[in-house]
Design a protein around this ligand. Structure first.
Ligand SMILES: [Mg+2]
Length: 290
C-alpha cells in the first residue's frame, strides 16, 4: 500500500444524497481513488451494518468509523502492526471508543421522566417507522436500528421551552453528549468523530510517515472530524446553503461548489488538485474559504 492522501468522509448529505441514498453517482470517483491508492474512510453516524452494506456495494476495504466516533473498524492485516486497544469483532479489528447504547437509552429515559418531554427515538420505533422518517428502504432501516453507541432522536410538536429543558438537562449528565446530524439529534458518549479520526491518522502516519488528510462533512457532528484534518471541506445542502454551525465551528473551511453527491469529489479536488480526476461533477473553480 502506498499513498499520499487519506479521505475521511461523512456519508449522509456528504457522500450520499441525503434523500436518495444512492451510491452509484460516486462509483467513478471511488474507482479512480482506489486505483490511486487513496483510502476512503467513512466517518458517519450510521451503524456498522449500514457502513458494511455501503462498502460492499462499492468494494471499499478501508477502515471506517461508525456512530459518531463510537468505534473504528479495520480489516485484519490492513495495517501491518497491531492496533492499540484493538479487539477482534465480527471478523474485523475494532477499536471501541463509545458509550454502550443501553446506558444512553437509560439516561434518556430518566431525563424524559424529569422534564416531561418525550422524544421520538430509534429505539422506540419499528423498522417501518424508521423507514418512513428517513426515507431509507425497509431493509436499510433495519440496519440503521442496530445501534451500539448512538441514539438518534428528534422532537415532535410541543412547547419549545420543554425541548430546551430536555436538551439542557441531558447535556448536564456526566459522560453524555448531544450532537446534530443533517437529520436528527444524536445522543452519545464523549467519543466523537474527531477522536476516532486522530487515532486513524496516527495509524496512517505510522504506515506512511507523511500523509495529507482531507475531511468532508455537512453538519455540526462533522466539526470534530473537520478540525482534525489538513483540508476541511463543507458540502452545501441541496438549497446551496451550508450549515452555519459548521462554518462558525471552524477557523477556516473550504466550501464545495456543489451539494451531495457530486459536491463530494468536486470539493476534494478543489482542496487537493493532485487527486485523480474523474470529470464527473468536478469543477476547477478556486476553493471558497468560509
Ligand atoms: Mg451528514
Amino acid at each position: 500500500m502506498s499513498g499520499k492522501w487519506v479521505i475521511f468522509t461523512d456519508v449522509d448529505g456528504t457522500f450520499l444524497d441525503a434523500h436518495t441514498y444512492d451510491c452509484e453517482p460516486q462509483r467513478p470517483a471511488v474507482e479512480r481513488l482506489k486505483a490511486a491508492n487513496v483510502p476512503i474512510v467513512f466517518c458517519t453516524s450510521k451503524t456498522r451494518a449500514e457502513v458494511l452494506h455501503l462498502r460492499k456495494a462499492l468494494q471499499i476495504h478501508d477502515p471506517f468509523i461508525v456512530e459518531n466516533g463510537g468505534a473504528i473498524y479495520v480489516e485484519k492485516d490492513y495495517f501491518p502492526f497491531p492496533l492499540k486497544k484493538g479487539v477482534l469483532r465480527h471478523g474485523m479489528v475494532a477499536v471501541e471508543l463509545g458509550t454502550p447504547h443501553r446506558i444512553l437509552v437509560e439516561a434518556m429515559d430518566r431525563v424524559e421522566d424529569e422534564t416531561g418531554c418525550r422524544v421520538h427515538r430509534f429505539s422506540r420505533m419499528t423498522d417501518r417507522m424508521v423507514s418512513k422518517v428517513t426515507g431509507l428502504a425497509l431493509p436499510m432501516a433495519r440496519l440503521a436500528r442496530e445501534r451500539e453507541y448512538d441514539e438518534p432522536f428528534w422532537f415532535g410538536p410541543g412547547p419549545p421551552a420543554r425541548q430546551k429543558l430536555f436538551l439542557k438537562s441531558i447535556r448536564r449528565l456526566p459522560g453524555i453528549r448531544v450532537t446534530k446530524g443533517n437529520r436528527f439529534y444524536h445522543l452519545k458518549g464523549v467519543a466523537n468523530k474527531g477522536r476516532a479520526v486522530e487515532l486513524l491518522k496516527a495509524f496512517y502516519l505510522r504506515l506512511w510517515c507523511s500523509s495529507t488528510f482531507i475531511g468532508l462533512g455537512d453538519s455540526a457532528n462533522d466539526i470534530p472530524m473537520l478540525r482534525a484534518v489538513d483540508y476541511p471541506i463543507v458540502i452545501p445542502r441541496a438549497s446551496g446553503q451550508v450549515d452555519p454551525d459548521v462554518v462558525s465551528g471552524l477557523p477556516t473551511v473550504l466550501r464545495s461548489p456543489l451539494a451531495a453527491p457530486h459536491g463530494w469529489f468536486a470539493g476534494a479536488v478543489m482542496a487537493c488538485p493532485d487527486l485523480p480526476r474523474t470529470g464527473a461533477g468536478e469543477r476547477r473553480a478556486r476553493p471558497r474559504v468560509e
